[in-house]
Design a protein around this ligand. Sequence first.
Ligand code: ZN
Length: 253
Amino acid sequence: MKFLLFQVTLFCSLVALNANPIEVEQEYGDKFQGDIVLTPEQEVETTHVGRVGRTGTINTNVRWPKINGRVTVPYVIDSVYSSSEKNLIYNAMNEISSKTCVSFVPRSSQNDYIRFFSGDGCWSYIGRIGGKQDLSLKRSGCMVHGIAMHEIIHALGYGHMHQHYQRDSKVRINYGNIQSGLEVWFQTLDPASWNNYGTSYDVSSVMHYGPYSFSRNGQMTIQAYSSADQRVMGQRSYLSSGDVARIKNMYAC
Ligand SMILES: [Zn+2]
């Protein structure tokens, strides 16, 4: 299916290992680029054509529809979650919807919708893939406000900030500290397919990897050149102003 070419699955395994989500975030999983799973079509695209611009994909086919000026994303939440866990998901959706033109609505009969469920880690597709699309927030490890927003933003169509092709003036990738074989998850994306929606590189983005993501030795895998950037890198507490601007620009609202 041609329209599936750019539909990318993200496996966003962002586990808060202690109470400070800014300092500690570990992404894990065996998926493409750390938390990305490709559909068969996308694997072909990636393997034979080159890397697809996932971070801020330019493919408008994966956008959610705009109805009466509001982007409308239907969802269902699996019954396995407790009421407090459901509230965490609601709060994540509310922070996004209150600051953008994106509305999340309980699914009635819509064909395309997100299903929040407790799967293996924290992960999401990028953009609307058509039909039911799973978004995993594992009950143990993923129930963090910013992790839920991070996965939802993937489902809206945005990838990972640290793969910005201009990131090297802001952060240094310590390849020697990355778990063997996972270096690809730290590669920048092709500028031809990159779109950061009119915003600059944003270390404080909720879509940025943390400094210790996929470390093999407890040392930093991503290091900011400024201490202020270092402090906010990997935060999973709030939408940065850039996060808000990117969503609004992506959906022209
Ligand atoms: Zn992610």
